[in-house]
Design a protein around this ligand. Structure first.
Ligand SMILES: [Zn+2]
Length: 204
């Protein structure tokens, strides 16, 4: 996906429709800076406002993602290409998130261990030692909450019984038994409790 081309296309369509950056930003409830970033090719409009943006610019989402007007006969081909690229982008983002989870988890544990170490080996008042250890635990708990959130939203869980892929609720993630990233959870489709594996890729 060519962000620069998409940005130029947004700017062209906006001007054709006689809308200023500020007016567009106001209508979409985003900042002027966000609009200017899209137009410079530095970022993509969020998918939650894409439909509204396309409506205002009188183009289709497919054309927005392609960065140009599409002829009727090429429409389906281009739509498929865009869909595949969006999926690839999601897969890359999911992989990055899951790697971040590992880093965060390790950092949290290291932080807690170093707080314990410092309070065990360095001369200081008892209350300070207790504060340090509690602080270490708190950082560790916050890190694990973020890790669990990542596990919930990145990729999908696949039911071992019917192979349905789903995103569990945060509560389900919090209260399920797990071995690594495989979790014992109830499938929303067949309602069986199975060891569901974490998968990245297409939703089935
Ligand atoms: Zn199932």
């Amino acid at each position: 996906m060519d962000l620069y081309k998409i940005g130029r296309f947004i700017a062209d369509c906006r001007k054709k429709n006689n809308i200023t950056q500020t007016q567009l930003a106001e209508k979409l409830h985003v900042t002027d800076r966000a609009v200017s970033k899209w137009e410079c090719g530095k970022s993509m409009p969020d998918s939650s406002i894409m439909l509204e943006l396309c409506d205002l610019l009188n183009i289709s989402v497919n054309e927005l993602l392609t960065g140009e007007k599409i002829k009727m006969e090429d429409y389906n081909k281009q739509a498929e290409k865009n869909l595949i690229e969006m999926k690839k982008l999601k897969e890359i983002a999911d992989k990055r998130l899951l790697n971040l989870e590992i880093v965060l988890g390790i950092l949290g544990v290291i932080f807690l261990l170093s707080m314990c170490f410092i309070s065990a080996y360095i001369e200081m008042a008892l209350w300070l030692k207790i504060v340090l250890i509690i602080f270490g635990f708190m950082v560790c708990i916050v890190a694990s909450c973020v890790c669990l959130k990542i596990e919930q939203v990145a990729g999908y869980y696949e039911c071992a019984h019917c192979h349905h892929r789903y995103i569990p609720t945060y509560k389900q993630i919090n209260f399920s038994m797990h071995m690594g990233r495989t979790r014992y959870m109830k499938c929303p489709k067949c309602a069986k409790k199975t060891w569901s594996k974490k998968v990245i890729g297409e939703r089935k």
